[in-house]
Design a protein around this ligand. Structure first.
Ligand code: SF4
Length: 658
């Protein structure tokens, strides 16, 4: 028997899905079942030395390579090959370039690269290696190493439309994985494979080449039953566009029925169809009403039409987003959108206006900004597109290095022909500011009032306020300048990692550590939010002065609004046992939450929050900093901005005076 070891390392303990699929498909062939044993896969990032020591007499070492594990896995492979020169190193996964010419000169210890969908080439490869004199030329879909030069074998066939791979959940392949650890049960789950789109920054659409293939409904319902019986808490649906097919609603109904029967799964994470439709809405409503969904993505990437065309992203027009947002709002279903900074043809103005357009159409709760990463198999990676859009990139470490681990790098876009680096930096600060202040609530209600009454647009409010704070020397403004400095340092410092940049800065890490020294993930906007939470009076003094500077007449309404804005924010000294009562002269609650006209109407609002978070999962306790930040800003992964930051309308009691 030949032994197969498998690496699919990750920071988070995800089920080894690629391992399950490749093994199950290969073992359909009896010859493979008889000739190979599959060792337990390595899923969690550990020092290179530790993993190498756990590998004994391997015949094959398979690597499932992504941007976050490639170098670590290659170093392990290098050392394993040195120790066991006969071991064949087989590399696959999205990070393995289709253009493989120089790969083996960089990694001469690698034997074979598997390109694209792995099941068929891996099965054929294993069959060929059973032969006395294997001829790898016969195996389509690979490159193999001949004297550090790549010999490419041509395109492999793909799995047929019924995806004939036995379920690794149902045949017990993952039993030991889930039994080992009773907590943190996250199941990856594919109900279909393929994407009909081909966004140029993504390597998925082009790799799965358009046709969507489906797992049978029978298999799906059996897997759902398995999730319930095995108490799997979180399901991450890996489909590129869940909700594109009518049957997806049926799948959601089965998931809900399973939760009702077993109380599991608790949460479903979904990448919804890019063109939202009634199926996506019905799925969202169903899952949300059963507390299984933390929000629906109304996908964008950019709000600018020229940018969307350049990146070949499906889009539906801002008016349709607005309608969709209103529909979700009517059922209180949280929505969020994702933007990418540095896309072709995006400018400083279009990016900032894009964020403000989201606010204009009522998407106040949650947008997320990501930096543009060039992935080796994405069209944007290729020279012609780089030149066409003037992409200025640098290699950056993905994260801080754990001792004994290799550094991983990503190629990040820091500028384009339409967005020079200084604009990129400003847009970054602007985006973090907008997330902290508008999503995070510190200025949301003031900004809304000024916009809705045609006094100040969101663009002028946030752009001018950011500039105002960057020129201020007050204590509360320090966070903005600090984040600006950090982003500039990120551009210039080749060693600063992309993830958790703040923890590389002793002053920032020290400040955040006073809340929770053990927490691992901090986004930049959370630093701004928490800084303000410790300097609230000063911050609102600055806000007051700023709007006065903008020519806003400071009257009774604005003063009452300022009080409403300040008091609605969650504060460290809020006592959930007694709640908080505040008197207002105007009907702010009805104005903001019930679409009523603003009028003078003395009102007492009683804030009664005891727990925060999308499923009210985080308790509050007066002056407990650790509990405060978890309740106020949530966790970094998985995260949701829903039901954080400020007192929630559904827990507020309104008492009209008179
Ligand atoms: S980003 Fe999503 S929609 Fe676009 S090609 Fe990739 S998987 Fe498909």
């Amino acid at each position: 028997m030949k032994s197969i070891y498998f690496l699919c390392l990750n920071m988070i303990r995800f089920v080894p899905y690629a391992y399950g699929f490749l093994q199950n498909y290969a073992r359909l062939d009896e010859k493979i079942s008889k000739n190979y044993t599959w060792e337990e896969p390595f899923c969690i990032l550990e020092p290179v030395k530790m993993i190498v020591e756990k590998i004994h007499d391997p015949d094959f070492l398979f690597l499932s390579c992504y941007v976050w594990n490639h170098n670590q896995q290659m170093e392990i492979a290098k050392r394993v090959k040195k120790k066991y020169p006969e071991c064949k190193v087989i590399c696959g996964g999205p990070h393995i370039p289709d253009l493989s010419d120089s790969y083996f000169s960089q990694y001469p210890f690698a034997d074979v690269l598997v390109h694209g969908e792995g099941e068929i080439p891996v099965r054929n490869l294993l069959l060929e290696y059973i032969e006395k004199t294997p001829d790898l030329n016969k195996v389509k879909g690979i490159s193999f190493n001949v004297g550090s030069k790549a010999v490419k074998t041509g395109v492999s066939g793909k799995l047929s439309k019924d995806l004939p791979v036995p379920s690794p959940y149902l045949n017990g392949l993952f039993d030991s994985f889930f039994n080992k650890d009773s907590t943190n049960k996250i199941g990856l789950w594919e109900t279909n494979r393929g994407c009909p789109f081909s966004c140029c920054f993504c390597d998925w659409g082009v790799r799965t080449t358009n046709k969507i293939r489906l797992h049978s409904m029978q298999r799906i319902s059996q897997e759902i039953e398995w999730f319930g019986q095995n108490k799997i808490e979180d399901i991450y649906i890996t489909d590129a566009n869940f909700g594109l097919l009518e049957r997806d609603l049926e799948i959601a109904e089965l998931l809900v029925a399973c939760k009702k029967k077993y109380d599991f799964p608790k949460r479903i994470r979904i990448q919804f169809a890019k063109k939202f439709n009634t199926i996506v809405f019905e799925i969202s409503r169903l899952l949300f009403e059963n507390q299984m969904l933390w929000g629906t993505t109304l996908s964008m990437q950019s709000v600018d039409l020229n940018v969307l065309k350049a990146i070949k992203r499906p889009h539906v027009g801002i008016d349709n987003y607005k309608k969709a947002k209103e529909k979700y709002k009517a059922y209180n279903i949280p929505t969020y959108t994702e933007l990418i900074l540095g896309l072709p043809l995006e400018t400083k103005k279009s990016f900032m206006e894009g964020i403000c357009t989201l606010f204009d159409i009522g998407m106040h709760d949650d947008f997320r900004m990501f930096e543009l990463v060039l992935l080796p198999n994405a069209p944007l990676f290729q020279d012609d597109m780089r030149k066409e859009y003037g992409l200025h990139t640098k290699m950056k470490p993905v994260r801080r290095n754990d001792p004994g681990c290799e550094k991983e790098y990503v190629e990040l876009v820091f500028g384009t022909s339409t967005m020079p680096v200084e604009d990129w930096e400003y847009c970054f600060v602007f985006s973090e500011t907008a997330q902290a202040l508008h999503n995070g609530g510190y200025t949301r209600f003031v900004a809304r009032y000024l916009k809705e009454n045609n006094i100040l647009s969101y663009y002028d409010f946030y752009n001018n306020f950011l500039k105002y704070m960057l020129h201020s020397d007050s204590e509360s403004s320090k966070a903005f300048n600090r984040v600006k400095k950090l982003i500039n340092a990120f551009y210039n410092d080749p060693d600063m990692p992309q993830i958790n940049r703040v923890l590389t800065q002793p002053d920032m890490a020290g400040f955040l550590g006073t809340f929770n020294p053990k927490r691992k993930g901090w986004q930049l906007w959370t630093y701004i939010w928490l800084w303000i939470s410790m300097n609230t009076d000063g911050f609102y003094m600055e806000l007051f002065n700023f709007i006065k500077d903008q020519g806003v007449i400071m009257n009774e309404t604005i003063e009452d609004l300022m009080q409403y804005q300040k008091e609605i924010m969650l504060a460290l000294d809020y006592d959930p046992l007694s709640g908080k009562e505040v008197h207002y002269k105007f009907n702010w609650f009805d104005y903001f939450y019930n679409d009523q006209i603003l009028k003078k109407e003395p009102t007492i609002l009683k804030y009664n929050d005891k727990r925060m978070g999308a499923s009210y999962q985080y308790g509050l306790e007066k002056n407990d900093k650790k509990k405060f930040i978890t309740a106020a800003i949530g966790f970094s992964y998985p995260y949701s901005k829903f039901r954080h930051f400020f007192h929630q309308f559904e827990k507020t009691e309104i008492i009209k005076v008179n």
